[in-house]
Structure formats: structure tokens, C-alpha cells
Design a protein. Sequence first.
Length: 74
Amino acid sequence: MLDKVEIVADGFSSLCSFYTDIVEEPLIASHFLVYSGPTVLLLMDGKEVYRGSQFIDLEELEYNINRLLTLSEQ
């Protein structure tokens, strides 16, 4: 799943993305209330605006990224 999410994220040059392993970084997981993987979070201005867990719909993810980038341009 990570490879597929990376392909979607790489399509947006203004998007900053990163991967972390919640087992190796439990403080990050607890801060964002992530209890299972895979989980994708979209943050805008430090606030969570989208969350997808386990069965991530890549089309929905891409739609939400487009929507958020459009909103940030306004």
C-alpha cells in the first residue's frame, strides 16, 4: 500500500509527505491517535482534514488532496 500512496503523493509537487513506522515511533502514533496501519493523514495548517485507515481508497485520497490544494490556493 505504501508504494501506491507514494505514487499518488508524488503526483503533487507542493505536497509534503513522509512515512513513519508506528511501532518504531509510538509517540508520533499516539500524538495523531493512530492505532493501526496503514493510516494516511492529510494535515492542513496543522489540523487533520482527512484520515484513511486499513483499506485506503486511492481515488478518494487523490480527490481530497486536489480539493485541499485548491482551497489553499484561494
